[in-house]
Design a protein around this ligand. Structure first.
Ligand code: MRU
Length: 352
């Protein structure tokens, strides 16, 4: 099984996604600041993976803190949470993980510093194990939506690399359909400007021998019109209570094209990506990254010097363009205000 991240006694081991597909390099982060930096620089990326990394980073920081008493440890803990919270703003999994660790600290504080340290490490390991189990459940639920013989379009990377490892979310649905014997061909968009589709999705699916064809983002309309695309499956960084979904920039364009061509458009995500506190996508913060990521490819400048560029890293797909949202608790259909709330109240599969 492909492992994106792993907790070890030596530190948090992270697969460096900046070096894929050329090199498979793992770094051991021995300080929480290194984990935060890996999230910020997208050494590790993808909403569920960001959540797992944040939980492990927090556990690492607390485990290795020099604090001897609870007030000192709490001060250090709050500092670590602040550093983590400032890494990337859109994927709600980051804030979900931070909140989860905060609750564990509160619950175990009465037991003293050693109890808190132990509990946070255990919780980080639990977040990891649950992520693997949730992705497997998403894959199972979603596979029924894939026709027996299908060409599926996906955008960005919502696979093992975007999660703790294993199935991933959108690619998990595809993997599970393939395991069930369905004939699936994947069209993967390259995903400018960071090229998660070309570098990561193509690598992952190729590794699993799932037939995959790479296209540039601006070819989607052409293939929807002329080639047969049976459905679109993408991941999500944050889903509001009404189903509006933030995902990698370009997702909205694909959803509009899918509606025009009558192609079902599915979002696959764990509940840790669902933010029921936000009524709609309008409240989702969109990360704006460096324009250099647009004016340069692999460090080589492709635009004239000084030309202004923008890099919003995500866009919002309105709920009305989404045919279904696949979660570990089942499939939500419109109206999402009701179906997501109903699923939120159903029991969660827990890691064994
Ligand atoms: O900027 P990234 O690479 O972190 O963005 C990732 C995506 O947009 C993914 O589609 C999303 O996180 C879903 S991951 C299962």
């Amino acid at each position: 099984m492909l492992k994106t991240i792993e907790w070890t006694d030596q530190g948090v081991v992270i697969l460096d996604q900046l070096q894929l597909p050329a090199r498979e390099v793992y770094h051991t982060c021995t300080r929480y600041e290194e984990v935060a930096d890996a999230i910020r620089r997208m050494v590790i990326r993808g909403a569920p993976a960001i959540g797992v990394a944040a939980a492990m980073g927090i556990a690492l920081g607390v485990r290795d803190s020099a604090a001897r008493d609870l007030p000192a440890l709490e001060q250090e803990f709050n500092r670590i949470l602040e550093v983590m919270a400032k890494t990337r703003p859109t994927a709600v999994n980051l804030f979900w993980a931070i909140e989860r660790m905060r609750q564990v600290f509160r619950r175990t504080a009465a037991g003293g510093v050693d109890a808190v340290r132990r509990a946070l490490v255990e919780e980080a390991r639990r977040v990891y194990a649950e992520d693997l189990a949730q992705c497997a459940a998403i894959a199972q639920h979603g596979a029924v939506l894939i026709p027996a013989c299908a060409q599926v379009l996906t955008h960005c990377n919502a696979g093992a690399l975007a999660a703790a490892g294993g199935y991933g979310t959108a690619l998990g649905v595809i993997r599970s359909a393939v395991e069930q014997g369905k004939q699936v061909q994947v069209l993967a968009t390259e995903t400018r400007p960071y090229l998660q589709g070309a570098r990561l999705t193509a690598w992952e699916l190729h590794h699993d021998r799932i037939p995959t064809t790479l296209i540039t983002d601006n070819m989607v309309g052409h293939f929807m019109k002329t080639g047969k695309i049976d459905c679109v499956v993408v991941g999500a960084d944050r889903i509001a209570a009404n189903g509006d979904t933030a995902n990698k920039i370009g997702t909205y364009t694909i959803a509009v094209l899918a509606r025009e061509h009558g192609v079902p458009f599915y979002v696959a995500a764990p509940f840790s990506s669902i933010d029921l506190s936000l009524p709609s996508g309008e409240q989702i913060p969109i990360e704006e990254r460096s324009p250099d990521e647009v004016t340069q490819i692999g460090g080589v400048r492709i635009a004239p010097a000084d030309v202004p560029a923008r890099h919003p890293a995500f866009d919002i797909t309105p709920a009305r363009l989404i045919s279904a949202i696949i979660t570990e608790r089942g499939i939500a259909r419109p109206p999402y205000e009701h179906s997501l709330k109903a699923l939120a109240e159903t029991p969660v599969p827990t890691a064994s």
